[in-house]
Ligand binder design. Structure first.
Ligand SMILES: Cc1cc2nc3c(=O)[nH]c(=O)nc-3n(C[C@H](O)[C@H](O)[C@H](O)COP(=O)(O)O)c2cc1C
Length: 221
C-alpha cells in the first residue's frame, strides 16, 4: 500500500472524454488499487495564460499577477505530490500547449526573483514522474519529442521518470480500441508509480550484475 503517497495526474487535453483522459483515468484506477491517494485534474481548469515577462508582471509582493488558478494548482496540488503523471495528446509532435504552459509557468515561482524560490525548488525536486500520451499516428517517432522533454524535466529536477505509455486513437475514447492495450499499461503504470524499478547509472555506479532478484530454485530451498 502507498497510502502515504500522493499522485497528481494532470490532463493536457481540452477533451474531457478524450483519449488522454481515458489513459489518465486508467492510471488513476491503477494507483487507487495500490492504495495511493490520487487526484486527476484538467490543466485548462487552472491555466488560461502563457508565461509572461516576470519583470513586468510580477507584483511587488513577488507573486505572479496572472489571474487564473495556476498558483492554486502549483502550490496546493503539484508541490505536495510525491508523484505526477502528465497525460497529454500529441500535438504537433510535442506536448499540448496546456501541458507545456504548466511547465513554463512554474518558472515564475522557482526563479530567484520569487521570495520563496528556495522552498519551491526543494519541493519541485525528487518526485516520481510518469507520462501517458495519445496520438493519431502510430510510428514511434511521433511521441519521442514528448518523452524526451519529460525525461529532461525529470533529470533537471532530480526526479525519476518511471515510465510512459502511448495510446493510439483520434476520435474521443478511441484509444480503448488500440490493440496494444494502452489502458492496461496505463493502469500498471499507476499501480507501480511508487514501486517500479528506476535506474539511471553512471560508469562508476556501484551495482550488482543482476537487475532482478533471482527466482529461488525450489530444490535448493
Ligand atoms: C492541434 C492538434 C495537433 C495534432 N498533432 C498530432 C501529431 O503531430 N501527431 C499525431 O499523431 N496526432 C496529432 N493530433 C491528433 C491527436 O493526438 C489525437 O487525436 C489524440 O487522440 C487526441 O487526444 P485527446 O483525445 O486526449 O484530445 C493532433 C490533434 C490536434 C487537435
Amino acid at each position: 500500500m502507498n497510502s502515504e503517497k500522493k499522485l497528481l495526474i494532470l490532463v493536457g487535453s481540452p477533451r474531457r472524454e478524450g483519449n488522454s483522459a481515458a489513459l489518465a483515468r486508467s492510471v488513476q484506477q491503477g494507483a487507487e488499487s495500490a492504495g495511493t491517494e490520487v487526484e486527476l485534474l484538467f490543466l485548462d481548469d487552472y491555466i488560461t495564460s502563457f508565461l509572461r515577462d516576470c519583470r513586468s508582471c510580477r507584483k511587488e509582493s513577488g507573486e505572479c499577477s496572472i489571474e487564473d488558478r495556476f498558483r492554486e494548482l502549483f502550490f496546493e496540488k503539484f508541490l505536495p505530490a510525491e508523484g505526477v503523471v502528465i497525460a497529454s495528446p500529441v500535438y504537433w509532435y510535442g506536448l499540448s500547449a496546456q501541458a507545456k504552459a504548466f511547465f513554463d509557468r512554474t518558472f515564475c515561482y522557482y526563479a530567484a526573483s520569487y521570495p520563496e524560490a528556495e522552498r519551491v525548488v526543494a519541493a519541485m525536486t525528487r518526485k516520481r514522474i510518469g507520462l501517458v500520451m495519445a496520438s493519431e499516428e502510430t510510428y514511434p517517432g511521433a511521441s519521442l519529442g514528448m518523452v524526451h522533454q519529460i525525461q529532461e524535466y525529470s533529470r533537471y529536477t532530480h526526479s525519476e521518470f518511471v515510465g510512459y505509455v502511448r495510446g493510439v486513437g483520434n476520435s474521443r475514447n478511441e484509444v480503448t480500441r488500440d490493440p496494444s492495450d494502452p489502458l492496461v499499461a496505463a493502469e500498471n503504470l499507476g499501480r507501480e508509480m511508487f514501486v517500479r524499478r528506476f535506474s539511471d547509472y553512471r560508469i562508476d555506479t556501484d551495482r550488482s550484475s543482476k537487475v532482478w532478484p533471482s527466482v529461488r530454485d525450489p530444490e535448493q530451498g
